[in-house]
Design a protein around this ligand. Structure first.
Ligand SMILES: [Zn+2]
Length: 167
C-alpha cells in the first residue's frame, strides 16, 4: 500500500508488518510497560501516524529513555514497518505537539530482518510525568479487581526507587 506523509512516499506491506508485530517479544521492564500502556491514549498524534504504516504505537521495537525531574523522557522510540521508502524529501518532521518529532530511515537493527525491506520510524521527544504512573495507584486501589496492573505498578514504584536499570 502506498503511504504519503510529510512529502514522503512509502510502499508498505501491511500484512507483513502486522505479522512481525505479533512476533515481537515486548520488554517487560516497568518503564517499557508504562510506555506501552499509555502512549496510545496520551499521544493520539503518534498513534495516527503509525497506523498509516499498520504499526501499533504500543508495539515499539525499542524504547530509549531516562528520568529527569519527575518526568520520563522517551527520547527515542523505534518502530518498523515492512516496505520501502519510494521518495524521501523530509527525513525528520516536527509534529504539532511541542517537542515531538518523527524520523524515517532504512537502517535497521531488527534481528532476522533485511534492512532494505524495512522502514524505520523513530519518534523523538515523548515525555510522560512520573506522577501519571503514580496516579494510577489511586484508581487501582479503588478497583481491586485490576490485580495485574496493580502488580505492575508495585514493580514500577520499586524500580523507580532502586534506580533505573534498563538493559
Ligand atoms: Zn524496557
Amino acid at each position: 500500500m502506498t503511504v504519503r506523509l510529510f512529502d514522503n512516499v512509502f510502499e508498505i506491506d501491511l500484512e507483513a508488518t502486522k505479522k512481525h508485530e505479533r512476533d515481537l517479544l515486548p520488554c517487560e521492564c516497568p518503564r517499557c510497560t508504562f510506555f506501552r500502556e499509555n502512549v496510545g491514549k496520551l499521544f493520539p498524534e503518534i498513534t495516527e501516524i503509525l497506523e498509516k504504516f499498520g504499526v501499533d504505537s504500543s508495539s515499539p521495537d525499542e524504547v530509549m529513555s531516562y528520568e529527569e525531574d519527575g518526568t520520563i523522557v522517551f527520547y527515542e522510540v523505534e518502530y518498523s514497518a515492512d516496505g520501502k521508502i519510494v521518495e524521501m524529501s523530509r527525513d525528520r518532521c516536527e509534529l504539532s505537539t511541542e517537542g515531538l518529532s518523527v524520523g524515517f530511515g532504512n537502517d535497521s537493527s531488527v534481528p532476522g530482518r533485511d534492512d532494505d525491506a524495512i522502514v524505520r520510524i523513530s519518534v523523538f521527544g515523548i515525555k510522560m510525568p512520573c506522577s501519571w504512573a503514580e496516579s494510577i495507584k489511586t484508581t487501582l486501589i479503588k478497583e481491586p479487581h485490576k490485580r495485574e496492573p496493580l502488580k505492575r505498578l508495585a514493580e514500577w514504584l520499586k524500580y523507580r526507587k532502586n534506580g533505573n536499570k534498563h538493559e
